[in-house]
Design a protein around this ligand. Structure first.
Ligand code: FES
Length: 153
């Protein structure tokens, strides 16, 4: 991908009209991650059917525009995939689908990937299954006091 210095039309579209914002009640998996440097937080919800297919995916974020756009695109990309296939929705794949991101914003797309992985991890743990290539999330913020505090502000 060539070096991108500004936001693509797709990034702007997903930032202005983010898809799948919200929560899923009784989600099959939930993951919350944060980036220590910028302080942004993202939570991803998955609804997975009995065949391991992601029926729905929603997100909430207290993050920058690039984090909103990448999460929005990531949710669209994982819906309809199996939990195993969702592992292929990497930050690179999401960035490509968005026609790139400026270099200083690449870490924002990582937050989306990490949030999906954290939600997949939560699903895998509660269903006692293993998802190939999935590692325990390092940035998982387990208790979300901070998240709620921010929400009330
Ligand atoms: Fe923190 Fe973008 S600046 S996620």
């Amino acid at each position: 991908m060539s070096q991108v210095t500004e936001y693509s039309d797709k990034v702007i579209d997903h930032f202005m009209n983010p898809r799948n914002v919200g929560e899923i009640e009784n989600a099959s998996g939930v993951g919350t991650v944060g980036n220590a440097k910028c302080g942004d937080i993202m939570r991803m919800y998955l609804d997975v059917d009995d065949n391991g297919v992601i029926r729905d995916c929603k997100f909430k974020t207290f993050g920058c525009g690039a984090a909103v756009a990448t999460s929005s695109m990531a949710t669209e990309m994982v819906i309809g995939k199996t939990v195993q296939e969702a592992m292929k929705v990497t930050n690179k794949a999401v960035m490509e689908a968005l026609d790139g991101l400026p270099k200083v914003k690449i870490h924002c797309s990582l937050l989306a990937e990490e949030a999906i992985h954290a939600a997949l991890w939560d699903y895998a743990k509660s269903h006692n299954i293993e998802i190939e290539g999935l590692k325990e999330p390092v940035n998982d913020i387990d208790e979300t006091e901070e998240f709620y505090k921010m929400e009330e502000e």
